[in-house]
Design a protein around this ligand. Structure first.
Ligand code: TXA
Ligand code: MG
Length: 327
C-alpha cells in the first residue's frame, strides 16, 4: 500500500477515505492519531492491525464539538462542565458509552474516552468526516508516540493509505485521561493537570493502584520505548558517573536533559540533547528527541523532574520509557 502524506490539500481525500471505511493518521495538539470511523467495526480492526496493538486496550473517540459527544457517550452535567472549561484541548473524559459504539472500540468496556482536540487541521478533519473518530496514537504499539507527520511515516509507511500533516504537535505528550464514571480519577496524567482540575472537581485524585483488571488498560503495557536502553537520572553526579561507565563499555551514551543541566554536563565533556527550559518544553520535545537519539546513540540517560503538574505528567511517560530505572 502506498502511504500518501500531505497538508490541507489532502484534507478532503482523507475524510473521503474515512467514509469508505479506511484509516488515516491526523494531527492533534498532543500527538498524531490513527483514526477510523468509530461506528465501523472493520475500520477499527484495521487500526489494531496497523499498530500491532493488543485488542484489550481501548481507543479514544474524537469529536469536533461538545454537541457531538452524545453520538458516542452519555454526557453528564459534570462532564459537560469539564468539556466547557478544558475543551477543545488535551483532555479525554471517560463516560458511559452509547450502544452505537461497538465493543471493539472500547475493548469490551461499557465506557468510552471522549476527546475534542484543539489542533485546527485536526478539528477540520473531524468536522469533514462527520462521524466520531476512534484513534490511538499513530505509532506502532510500544513505540514512542509520533509528534510529526514524518515520525508517523516512519512507523506506518505501507500500512495506512494517508497521513494528514499538521506540523509538529504543540503539547507533545498524550492527553490527560479523566474518568467521570464514578468519583473523578485521573487515569493518565497530561497537560491538563490535577491542580488545574481540582477547583472544578474537588474530589479528583490520581489513580495509583496496581493494574490487574485495568481501569485504563493501556497502563499495563510497555509503552514509550526507545529502541535503545533508557534510564533516568536525578543528580548530575550520578549522571556523569553512569555516562562514563557506559562510555567505557562502548555503549555510546547521550544525555537528554533541560538546558541548564545540559550546559553543566556539556562542560564536563558529556554529549547531550537539550529538551528545553521547563517541563512544558520537555514535554513538547521529548518524543521527537528520543526518536532522534535512538538513531545515533546506544544508550539514553534522561533527566528526571520531581515536581507536580506538568513535571509529573512528563515523568509518567519517562518512567515507562526507562522501565523505572533510575541511576
Ligand atoms: O492525546 C491523546 O490522547 C492521543 C491523541 C491521538 O488523541 N491518543 C492516545 O491514544 O494517546 P492511546 O490509544 O495511545 O491512549 C489511550 C489511553 C490508553 O491508556 C487507554 O487505556 C485509555 O486511554 N482509555 C481509552 N478508553 C478508555 C476507557 N473507556 N476507560 C479507561 N481508559 C481508557
Ligand atoms: Mg499510544
Amino acid at each position: 500500500m502506498e502511504t500518501k502524506i500531505g497538508k490541507e490539500e489532502i484534507l478532503d481525500e482523507c475524510a473521503e477515505l474515512i467514509k469508505q471505511g479506511e484509516i488515516v493518521a491526523f494531527p492533534t495538539e498532543t500527538v498524531y492519531g490513527l483514526g477510523g470511523n468509530a461506528f465501523n467495526e472493520s475500520a477499527v480492526k484495521k487500526i489494531y492491525e496497523a499498530k500491532n496493538r493488543p485488542s484489550d486496550n481501548p481507543f479514544i473517540v474524537h469529536v469536533p464539538d461538545i454537541k457531538d459527544i452524545e453520538k458516542a457517550a452519555y454526557l453528564t452535567e459534570e462532564a459537560e462542565k469539564i468539556f466547557e472549561i478544558f475543551s477543545p484541548g488535551p483532555i479525554t473524559v471517560v463516560l458511559k458509552k452509547k450502544k452505537e459504539i461497538p465493543y471493539c472500540v472500547t475493548a469490551g468496556l461499557d465506557t468510552v474516552g471522549i476527546r475534542i482536540p484543539s489542533h485546527p487541521l485536526g478539528r477540520a478533519f473531524l468536522e469533514k468526516c462527520g462521524c466520531p473518530i476512534a484513534a490511538p496514537s499513530a505509532n506502532l504499539s510500544k513505540r514512542v508516540s509520533p509528534t510529526t507527520a514524518e515520525r508517523v511515516y516512519e512507523d506506518m509507511k505501507g500500512r495506512i493509505p494517508a497521513i494528514l500533516d499538521g506540523g509538529p504537535c504543540e503539547v507533545g505528550i498524550e492527553s490527560t485521561v479523566l474518568s467521570l464514571v464514578d468519583e473523578p480519577v485521573i487515569l493518565r496524567p497530561g497537560a491538563v493537570t490535577a491542580e488545574m482540575l481540582a477547583p472544578y472537581l474537588p474530589k479528583v485524585r490520581m489513580f495509583k493502584g496496581e493494574v490487574k483488571v485495568a481501569p485504563s488498560p493501556g497502563m499495563k503495557y510497555a509503552h514509550y520505548c526507545p529502541t535503545v536502553p533508557c534510564e533516568l537520572f536525578i543528580s548530575e553526579e550520578s549522571a556523569e558517573k553512569e555516562y562514563l561507565k557506559r562510555e567505557a563499555e562502548g555503549q555510546n551514551p547521550v544525555v537528554l536533559a533541560l538546558e541548564q543541566t545540559c550546559k553543566k554536563l556539556g562542560e564536563k565533556g558529556l554529549r547531550y540533547m537539550s529538551l528545553g527550559k521547563n517541563a512544558e518544553e520537555y514535554a513538547h520535545n521529548i518524543f521527537e528527541t528520543m526518536r532522534k537519539a535512538e538513531k545515533i546513540y546506544g544508550y539514553i540517560l534522561a533527566e528526571a523532574m520531581e515536581g507536580g503538574g506538568m513535571e509529573a505528567s512528563v515523568m509518567n511517560r519517562m518512567y515507562k520509557s526507562s522501565g523505572g530505572h533510575i541511576v
